[in-house]
Design a protein around this ligand. Sequence first.
Ligand code: 5IU
Length: 260
Amino acid sequence: DRLSLSFKSRAKLARNPVAGELFEIMSSKKTTLCVAADLTNSTDLLNLAEEVGPHICILKTHIDILEDFHLNLIKPLIEIAQRHNFILFEDRKFADIGKTVEYQYSSGVYHISLWASLVTAHSLMGKGVLDALKRSGGLYKRGVFLLAEVSSAGNLINDGYVKATLAMAEEYPELIAGVVCQSPLFRAHPGLVQLTPGVSLDAEKDALGQRYASPRNVVLERGADVAVVGRGVTGAKDRGAAAQKYREVLWEAYLGRVEE
Ligand code: 5IU
């Protein structure tokens, strides 16, 4: 069972190279925290990356919400990620025909394939999305997180969709780093990473359908390996201290879960 195994031993079971690297970082850095850097200003984003860098395994971006995006941002962002040893993850949620996804991944303003080791994709459109991500140029080591469940109220995902999504993930063992979900799916695949957003120590929901669970709950009940925290960190007065707090409660919950 994935949930009782340590990240250290799961690193060897990962078939996707970025998932393997992620397990190693989680294990050595003792953090399962992914901060969602949902900020609209580039300097603010770089400052956040510096502040939370020591406490995270992943920085998750929505690069298209930056009002002042320029490709010059990418070099310092990569430098910060390397210095603090975390992975850049663009939460692009690809959901189009493969050909369009190929352009969205590699071209346009953002050139995601050049800097994001991890990206998200919807299964809704079928396998063409994964074929496009697989064959595109860009970083040699790349990984995809497939969306099986979401945190928002009233979403249309049902059991059949979840099952078919997991089956699709199994068809691309080298490409798929993990699954984004809200419950302990794929317990028999310890090489895959469960990433779970909708995590807060304070809030239960927001005004636009987001639903939150506590760090302990997502790790111990919902099966999260990596927990995504956005406003719980970015909205704090001291973002570094907030990240440290989330990191600690998440890690403690993980230690209470593993059995080796
Ligand atoms: N996100 C979710 N829920 C999901 C998926 C993605 O919240 O089901 I898939 C993203 C959206 C945002 C971050 O970038 O995770 C959560 O931010 P807050 O912690 O501020 O709600």
